[in-house]
Design a protein around this ligand. Structure first.
Ligand code: FMN
Length: 191
């Protein structure tokens, strides 16, 4: 797939087929994340790729997130709230969960830079997954149960950036429209 096509056709996927993902395919997708730019090439990110019975155990932890974000959920439109509650039960049936983490905060700026680097890796991961016919969702809702995920995966001294449920899509959403009023062009009229 052309890069521009991948960028413009990628969608967040929240409903997955049960079909397992071959490990060599997953390795290609995760490898794309590792090639993301990062400061001093320190590669402070970490990717835990979780499948099988470990995935089922992790889902049991993550599915608790709606009760921890009940106040926020109460502000959602009813249909979205329903969807989140339904989705949380089995994370759309995603057969694989990728957990991205960085070291816990020391210096504020260093920490922010670690998060930016992990975000660049996250987008490589999402585009590479899409290129391979997979879908995924950056599930930051899982941060509401961050401490439990850290404990389960033995990630002491690290914090979770996001969890990424991944699988073959069973439904692909419509394109989410983009705003163009967020781009400000300065100095282009000078000549
Ligand atoms: C930082 C970030 C956090 C997100 N958190 C969630 C989330 O917790 N749950 C969810 O369903 N989607 C989440 N998403 C996906 C967005 O809802 C989605 O990217 C957005 O609606 C645009 O749709 P698209 O990705 O299909 O273009 C998140 C995306 C990003 C980049």
């Amino acid at each position: 797939m052309e890069l521009a096509t991948a960028i413009e056709t990628r969608r967040t996927v929240r409903m997955f087929q049960r079909r397992p993902i071959a490990q060599d395919l997953l390795q290609r997708v995760v490898r794309a994340a590792l090639f993301a730019p990062n400061p001093h090439n320190a590669q402070t990110w970490r990717f835990d790729v979780v499948a099988g019975s470990k995935r089922d155990e992790l889902v049991k932890i993550i599915r608790q997130f709606p009760s921890y974000m009940a106040d926020l959920l109460a502000t959602y439109p009813a249909d979205l709230r329903e969807f989140v509650l339904e989705f949380s039960q089995d994370l759309g049936g995603a057969p694989v969960l990728v957990v991205i983490s960085v070291p816990t905060m020391g210096d504020t700026h260093v920490h922010k830079i670690d998060l930016i680097a992990a975000s660049t890796a996250l987008q490589n991961l999402q585009l590479a997954a899409w290129n391979e016919g997979l879908g995924c969702v950056c599930l930051t809702n899982a941060l509401w149960v961050e401490a439990d995920i850290v404990r389960f995966l033995g990630l002491e001294q690290r914090e979770i950036v996001t969890v990424v449920p991944m699988g073959y899509p069973s439904a692909i959403p419509e394109i989410s429209p983009r705003r163009d009023d967020v781009v400000h062009w300065l100095g282009f009229d000078d000549n």
